[in-house]
Structures are given as structure tokens and as C-alpha cells.
Design a protein around this ligand. Structure first.
Ligand SMILES: C[S@@+](CC[C@H](N)C(=O)[O-])C[C@H]1O[C@@H](n2cnc3c(N)ncnc32)[C@H](O)[C@@H]1O
Length: 220
């Protein structure tokens, strides 16, 4: 079967896949849970100059496709006063609630939003940073552009952060989880179409060579 973004089961297939995945860090990272520290350090290094020069306010971030809250726990909450989690797999949000409770961080998570990003509209002026990590491969180009535009419209001086796999050329589809990995060229085209400007970009270093290259973009 050829996979493409127009198939009617694009989102339901992805949902079925994620419903079958354990609610733990290994599940979130396909068995590469041990990369969390390197991942979080790379993200911190990426945004720190913006925090230092106070270009990035650190009141509230939105963790998009948050899963069990791995990114919030290891990265966002080291910098931001609070986060909202947006995630379509409800069992992951339940796990996140339990884990944040157990680690005494309940009051740092303001909202658990059980939605796919294709249906999510950020509240006007609510976020200083809308961070999307390892989730945008699940959005069709059309929905991704519309999502980016809604994010941009909602920001009051804040930023969008994108941390995603990139392939060497074109788009690579994964039938297993109904996702597509985009090349840098394709990413740039999508940012441009959505009216976003890249204010910083960097490669995530020290990940195994066997994985896709991972790139971070800070957008306005
Ligand atoms: C590879 S995991 C990454 C989770 C988290 N961002 C992290 O890095 O630990 C992908 C996550 O995206 C979620 N997801 C898949 N499709 C989604 C969609 N359309 N909208 C929101 N979340 C989605 C999955 O349920 C899963 O939690």
C-alpha cells in the first residue's frame, strides 16, 4: 500500500498506533529513551541566548504532542514557570498527570489539552514559546501550515520552536505510525508558506548516526 497524506485514515491510523504504545519514555522515543539528557541539553543550549538577552520570556510554554510530558519535565520546566500539554493520546496525558503529581510538579502544569494539533488553536497571547517536538510528522502539509498560522496569530512576541527529524531529500513516509519525515528544503517551504521567519536554527549533536538528523528551528 502506498502511504500518502491524502488517505482518509491518515490521522486514525496514527492514533491507533500511538494507542498501542506503552506510556513511558521508551515508548515516546521508540526505544531511545536514554537520549533524553542529550536531547534536553541540546534544546537548552538552543534557546538559552534568547532567555539571557530577555528576547524570550519564560512565563508559560506549550508542549505540543507532549506524550507523557518528557520534554516538559526534562527541558521546558527547567526554564518556564509553567506549561500546558497538548496531546491526542489520552492515556499519555493520564500518565503525565500521574508522573507530574508524583514528582511534586502538579502546579507547574496548568492545562492538559486532549487534542490533535490539527484541531488545536492556541489561546491568544497565552504562550511565550510553543514547542513542537517529534510530532509534526503526523500532520499533513495542509494542516501543518494552518496550525503554524494559528500559532503565529496567537503569539504576543513569543516564538514557535520546532525540533524534528529531517531526511536528506523529499518526504519519507512511515506506514507503521502514519507519519512523514520531511527534508530541510521541505521544512523551509512550509515555514515560508505559513508566513514564519526562522530566527535561529541548529542541528542536535551527539545522536547516534543510525537515526535521522534532528534539527531545531526557532520561528516567529
Ligand atoms: C514520538 S512521540 C513524542 C512525544 C514527545 N514530544 C517527546 O518528545 O517525548 C509522538 C507523540 O505525538 C503524539 N501525536 C501523534 N499525532 C498527533 C497529533 N495529530 N496531534 C497531537 N499529538 C499527536 C503521539 O500520541 C505521541 O505522544
Amino acid at each position: 500500500m502506498t502511504l500518502d497524506q491524502n488517505k482518509p485514515t491518515w490521522y486514525t491510523d496514527a492514533k491507533k498506533y500511538w494507542d498501542s504504545i506503552p506510556s513511558d519514555v521508551e515508548g515516546m522515543l521508540g526505544g531511545y529513551g536514554s537520549l533524553t539528557d542529550i536531547d534536553a541539553r541540546g534544546s537548552t543550549r538552543f534557546i538559552s541566548e534568547f532567555i539571557e538577552k530577555k528576547a524570550l520570556i519564560t512565563n508559560r510554554a506549550c508542549d505540543c504532542g507532549a506524550g507523557i510530558g518528557r520534554v516538559s519535565k526534562s527541558f521546558l520546566l527547567n526554564h518556564f514557570n509553567s506549561v500546558d500539554l497538548v496531546e491526542q493520546t489520552e492515556k499519555f496525558l493520564e500518565q503525565a498527570k500521574e508522573d507530574f503529581g508524583n514528582s511534586g510538579l502538579s502546579d507547574k502544569v496548568e492545562r492538559y489539552i486532549p487534542l490533535g494539533l490539527q484541531d488545536f488553536t492556541p489561546e491568544q497571547g497565552r504562550y511565550d514559546l510553543i514547542w513542537c517536538q517529534w510530532v509534526l510528522s503526523h500532520l499533513t502539509d495542509k494542516d501543518l501550515i494552518a496550525f503554524f498560522k494559528r500559532c503565529k496569530e496567537s503569539l504576543n512576541g513569543g516564538y514557535i520552536g520546532v525540533k524534528e527529524n529531517v531526511c536528506k531529500a523529499g518526504v519519507e513516509y512511515d506506514e507503521l505510525d502514519s507519519s512523514c519525515t520531511r527534508s530541510e528544503y521541505i521544512w523551509r517551504g512550509l515555514f515560508e508558506t505559513a508566513g514564519l521567519i526562522i530566527v535561529k536554527e541548529a542541528k542536535q549533536h551527539a545522536f547516534p548516526d543510525s537515526l535521522y538528523e534532528v534539527k531545531m528551528f526557532l520561528l516567529k
